[in-house]
Design a binder for this molecule. Structure first.
Ligand code: 13P
Length: 252
């Protein structure tokens, strides 16, 4: 049995006041059983959101981090600092890869650093539109997984988020079938890289224009264990509806 996960990535949205209000709304809604619920506010809002959500059962994530425990890296956040307020970290998001030149070597170091500092990684991978159109989706996902994970010691229950770049923020989600095909491939590659125990216990999330209205299609897929939600996670009712739908589908 894999515990499903619902993750809200708040990206660079929400001021302190907006983040507190959102946290307040989430805390006011009843906890959802049978699903791990995680939110990733901006770094400046993490501590105060953590405080608001302290007794809610909702867990905290960073949206990125440096791999070094400490050092002269102006503008960065270390795993040691992040672990004081969060138990999760999103790594390799396509926005990090695209706008901030995140490469496989850095990503690998970050995944290892997260493990050392007791943080759970959420490794995000996904192909661009032109890569899918050219029929390269499988090759891209394989390359990203090998690049990030080869030679590392990955724990059971490791989380990979399949986020096709073309579906992020576009209002054009993948179909359930496309997401399931990608998730099955991810599981097969994890088996090659890390063995069957890691592959079968890994939680694979779908991300890209997830809404309360379309989550059922993804939650129904056998290899998908939840969602990584951007825009819709800024609306407490939407995010809770998505989280409930994941729990309901995976309990059934
Ligand atoms: P949207 O849900 O806004 O498409 O964003 C997805 C995403 O990038 C989550 O990390």
């Amino acid at each position: 049995m894999r515990t499903p996960i619902s993750v809200g990535n708040w990206k660079m949205h929400a001021t302190n006041a907006e983040a507190e209000q959102l946290a307040e709304s989430l805390a006011g809604l009843s906890e959802v059983d049978g699903v791990t619920t995680v939110v990733a506010p901006g770094f400046l809002q993490l501590a105060r959101v953590a405080e608001r959500l302290r007794s809610s059962g909702i867990e905290m994530a960073g949206q990125n981090m440096h791999f070094a425990a400490t050092g002269a890296f102006t503008g960065e956040v270390s795993p040691r600092q992040l672990a004081e307020v969060a138990s999760w970290v999103i790594l390799g998001h396509s926005e990090r890869r695209r706008y901030f030149c995140e490469n496989d070597a850095a990503l690998k170091s970050k995944i290892e650093a997260a493990r050392v500092h007791g943080l759970h990684s959420i490794l995000a991978i996904g192909e661009r539109a032109e890569e899918r159109q050219a029929g390269h989706t499988q090759v891209v996902l394989q390359r990203q997984l090998w690049g990030a994970l080869e030679g590392l010691d990955i724990p059971e229950g490791f989380v990979v988020a399949y986020e096709p770049v073309w579906a992020i923020g576009s209002g054009m989600p993948a179909t359930g079938e496309q997401a399931q095909d990608a998730a099955a491939l991810i599981r097969a590659v994890l088996a090659e890289l890390q063995g069957d125990a890691v592959a079968t216990s890994a939680r694979i999330l779908y991300g890209g224009s997830v809404k309360a209205e379309n989550i059922a299609e993804f939650a129904a897929q056998p290899d998908l264990d939840g969602a990584l939600v951007g825009g819709a996670s800024l609306d407490a009712e939407q995010f809770l509806a998505i989280t409930r739908a994941i729990a309901g589908a995976k309990r059934a």
